[in-house]
Design a protein around this ligand. Sequence first.
Ligand code: 13P
Length: 318
Amino acid sequence: MDSIEGILEYKRSHNIVVFAHNYQSPEIQAIADCVGDTFYLAVKANDIECDAIVFCGPDFMVEMTALLNPDKKVVYANPAARCPLAAMCSGEDIEMLRKEYPGVPIVGYLNTSMDCRSKVDICCGSRNCLEVVRSLDSHEVIVIPDENLAAYIQRCVPEKKIISWLGFCAVHEYIKAEDVAELKRLHPKAEVLVHPECTPEVASLATAVLSTNEMVERAMNSASDEFIIVTENELIHRLTEAAPTKKFYILPKAVCHTQKKITLHDVIRAIETLEPEVKLDAQTVIDARRPLEKMLTLDALKNTNSVKSEGLCVSSSL
Ligand code: 13P
């Protein structure tokens, strides 16, 4: 497997599929069959024909994929890529919230640990968080673990009371409103596309608050020619591929060091060895899969997933 063609041929002949999140490096995206935001990757993971999946993304995405594919080998490209946000809320924390707010439904962002996911009522991604919260028949809703995402939901769904948790994504939390304002000053005609994990001060400068796939779709479909991209800066690769004639301005300091732990060398090794595989006990699969399936069923009912996301999967085999 000493060339891209060699890797692609090996994958095909062994019926292995590679998934990669939008923040992965361009060379990893080039050998991936499916590239997207977390929610899109969950939708695809729920409907895939193959023998094994090598996942290039943080632990919670790999484990989410394994939950949806208990009959397949699901392999970490690099198990050291562990998301700090996902570790900020535990199963015990959820039990404590249940005692403090009896009867209040708990929405778990896809960026959660397995332990935590086993105990929430329904999952959501950055793309569908508003639909998920609006679907719940309760005035009060707990949203874990990202406080900024919860605050964004609260602003968009004022008819409900959102109870949040004190978690945050360091990449988005440390993006400063002054830095975004400076880019706006330099590029006044640009649309400002902001991820919902950013602080309310940064989100207040946005033209639109969007998931990473939605940013790519917006860049393709908007009449604007210029965009300030307020998320992890590797998204620039997807953006320039999707809209090559448009201009994108990024925040160079917005780097996800967790996702950057995964190298092309790791991915090739994982494809060759199919190790390390995600191992889940049967009860975890039952418990942690339930809120994921609830989210996917809701989305299928609303028919909002694949139609909007189509065209972003880079493989003809998917
Ligand atoms: P998206 O699902 O919008 O790609 O965001 C993922 C993420 O973890 C951002 O920090």
